[in-house]
Design a protein around this ligand. Sequence first.
Ligand SMILES: [Zn+2]
Length: 411
Amino acid sequence: MISIDRSVQTADLGDVRVANRAVVLGHVRRHAPCSRADVAARTGLNKATVSSLVSELIEHGLLRETGLTENRVGRPATMLVLDGARHVGLGLQIGADELVVVAADLSGERLLTWRRAFAAAPAGPEETVRALAALTRRAVTRVTGAGRSVLGLTVGVPGLVDADGAVPLAPALGWRGVPLAAELRRALRDPGFPIGVDTDANLAVSAELRHGPYAGTADLIHLTGGLTVGAGLVSGGRLLRGGRGFAGEIGHLPVLTDGPRTPGAPACRCGRRGCLASLAGVDAVVRRLLPDAAPDAPVTDYLPEIDRIQALARAGDEPVRTGLTEIGRHLGCAVSVLVDLLDPEVVLVGGHLATLAPWLLPAARTELAARALAPPAGVRLEASTLGSAVSALGGATAALATVEAGQLPAV
Ligand SMILES: [Zn+2]
């Protein structure tokens, strides 16, 4: 399993009961409905321990009895499932042209998905924090009004995120040194639940790992499609963060060099030229494929443009199809680097890259096959099917991670 919050892992290493709670919850999550005897038999914990842990987990609203019985020889047993009724995790996502909030319960059910049109880059950090706080307050009101408690909130950001939940640099947003977790906590006036910040890509791949069609894949990558392209990397079943948490910034991989052979590689927000983000980011794609749509003011809603590109591609518009093939090749070039470095089984693309996948991915796969040294037959390059709120969903899941790691909720 993935633990988003590293402090939980290290703090509880010695606590057997905490670890055993996590084992029981994890088992029920994967095998529900199951009986106490099943849990004992399959986890190696003795029956008395399981019985005691299950009572505690039921009392804290993490498990519930379904009343179903096993249809097999022997005494009928009460079956257990995760209890979604009491606790909720919230996830927020800062997109290219929107803010998204998702609430999900422990059983994995998504309770709400709300979007608000919002362009964080021109708005700046202060206004973005205010808007995030307003969206959070509405979601908290809805969730607590339904008798549930919020266990935590995690925000996904397209940029670098440090261990304190600050954003040292996010070229897509034009942010530098923004203490996002602290500012949001202040704006929410210490709401009584933990607030975490992670990269949108890490949260997206966590959502894939839990909820997507390739859930449980040990070597899995999700590439976000927004103003930049971030990589959420799972290798050997674990999220790869790197030494300072900055791993996965594939968006600024130089795909085109601005040399004599490729003059005029497009400028990137990071100050360099020819980065993947400057070729395959949503604004770059719109600029490249709909040159007539270039507005004076910054575009704050990319959906109509992406819809138009999709319609033109479907209608066989030659310049659009050629452009998509070229962007697909750039994407495939970046994916080949990831494939040779990490040898993933599956690479999923999200956002506009998923919407435009029918035209991007064939060219990307060809480029991948031509560039990667590893035989490409073993790698699947596909569109994510979890939708555009995937990072917020991952954030809601991450917010439940402390409970899943065996901590009892304070509420
Ligand atoms: Zn760049």
